[in-house]
Design a protein around this ligand. Structure first.
Ligand code: GP9
Ligand code: MN
Length: 432
């Protein structure tokens, strides 16, 4: 118990990355809208299928100088997929090595999650909008423990069959039909939208399809572009609403892809569309495909641009806290602010493989990022560096697991933090 916690506290203190003074508080007091881009991979950005941009609107955001756009941002999920991404983004702790943390620990654990932190430090109201059953991934329980004030699940939307795809309400309807609730949230708010239409197997009715599928021998690969295009249009419509309503100017919009849409086995079908050969495709290529978008859009900011630093989902919470002018130091978080000079650029995958700006390490194999070649005879210096990173990755993952498996945040109450009592939250008949 307490010696575990002391080791975790030592680690997080020594790993802490101080805010970049140029970035601290640049979005202070703004509303925060977080848009979860289901299964959206980085390769879609600027990608053209048969000469046609798949996601022109997201591309325009990516290149806007109001957006901090990350070119080397990776998903770090395990088997908990979407729920692991949510957990990392909102607690800066890792998902579990097996299963979903939301499902296994989410009902009973104590968390110090972003809805609670933003509320208690800065008066934010929080809400999640998601057109699937609230029980999926145990969200009904987890969100209460995170301190979400509102959770609008499928029961708040018109879910007649033609409004649905496999995992819930179609994205355009999710955004459109959430406005009536969004407009009633006390500001400043933090609102998360979890989209679902771009989810395997990427099925969408003809009426919503205006992009030509790819032509591989795998239907899901082909249709991935079609549903990604639909998601792009849904996002554009939502931005139009935000501008019309006036919310836009006072809101920071954070967008991220949660995990891959095309699995490693299916990458072999995708390879030719990326100008690669399936016969030389390898684990290095699979690892590079774990890049997902991470974009922070701050209207009127004008200082954005494409960021090259390496990072991942674990780093989002301290980054957002610092942008909002909130000190992240009191909390136990395993990620570091992407804008900090001390940001840790080693990206851990849940299986202990990792990527650094120069190397991709899979098991005992070191690949050089610039060439994709295996480093067959690493110098002593390189081997020492890699071993040190590997030790850190293993330690960080295991400390996160200890924290969560032993529910140690019960015993760690930051100054001025009031632990969340889930009994005070009720997601039935909200705003009715
Ligand atoms: C369902 C959705 C999908 O509610 O969030 O989760 P995933 O299958 O991607 O983990
Ligand atoms: Mn997902």
């Amino acid at each position: 118990g307490s010696s575990d916690l002391n080791e975790i506290i030592d680690y997080k203190n020594q790993h802490y990355a101080a805010p970049n003074p140029k970035m601290f508080g640049v979005a202070k007091g703004k509303n925060v809208i977080i848009i979860h881009l289901e299964s959206f991979q980085q390769f879609l950005i600027d990608y053209k299928l048969d000469g046609k941009e798949v996601t022109p609107f997201i591309n325009s955001l990516y290149h806007s100088n109001d957006t901090y756009s990350f070119a080397n941002f990776f998903n770090q999920v395990g088997q908990g997929k979407t729920s692991d991404a949510e957990n990392m983004l909102e607690t800066s702790t890792y998902g579990l090595p097996q299963g979903s943390l939301f499902s296994m620990l989410g009902s009973d654990n104590t968390f110090e999650a972003s809805p609670a932190i933003l509320n208690q430090t800065s008066g934010y109201t929080s809400a999640v909008f998601h057109g699937n059953a609230g029980s999926f991934w145990n969200r009904n329980s987890v969100y209460k423990n995170f301190g979400y004030n509102y959770f609008f699940d499928a029961s708040y939307y018109d879910t007649k069959p033609q409004n649905l795809t496999e995992y819930g309400l179609k994205d355009k309807l999710l955004f459109h039909d959430s406005v009536k609730y969004l407009e009633r949230l006390q500001q400043p708010f933090m609102a998360k939208f979890i989209t679902v239409s771009n989810h395997f197997p990427y099925a969408l009715d003809k009426a919503n399809t205006d992009f030509k599928a790819a032509n591989t021998s795998d239907e899901s690969v082909n249709n991935y572009f079609v549903t990604a295009h639909y998601l792009d249009q849904a996002l554009q419509e939502f931005f139009e609403y935000l501008k019309k309503s006036g919310l836009y100017d006072n809101t920071m919009i954070v967008m991220y892809g949660d995990h891959y849409g095309i699995s490693n086995t299916r990458n072999l079908k995708l390879a030719p569309l990326l100008g690669k050969s399936a016969s030389t495709w390898n684990k290095f290529d699979d690892a590079q495909m774990q890049r997902v978008p991470f974009m922070i859009h701050i209207p009127g900011n004008k200082n954005g641009g494409i960021q090259q630093q390496y990072g991942g989902e674990i780093d989002v919470l301290p980054t957002i806290e610092h942008l909002l002018g909130i000190n992240s130091q009191p909390y136990i978080q395993f990620g570091t602010d992407l804008f900090s000079k001390q940001h840790d650029q080693t990206v851990a995958f849940r299986n202990e493989n990792f990527i650094t700006p120069k190397y991709t390490v899979i098991g005992n194999t070191i690949y050089e990022n610039s060439s994709g070649n295996v480093v067959t005879h690493p110098s002593k210096k390189l081997q020492k560096y890699v071993d040190k990173q590997a030790d850190k990755v293993i330690r960080e993952l295991s400390l996160s697991d200890t924290l969560n498996n032993k529910n140690l945040l019960r015993f760690y109450i930051p100054h001025n933090f009031t632990p969340i009592d889930p009994k005070l939250y009720n997601y039935k008949n909200q705003m009715k």
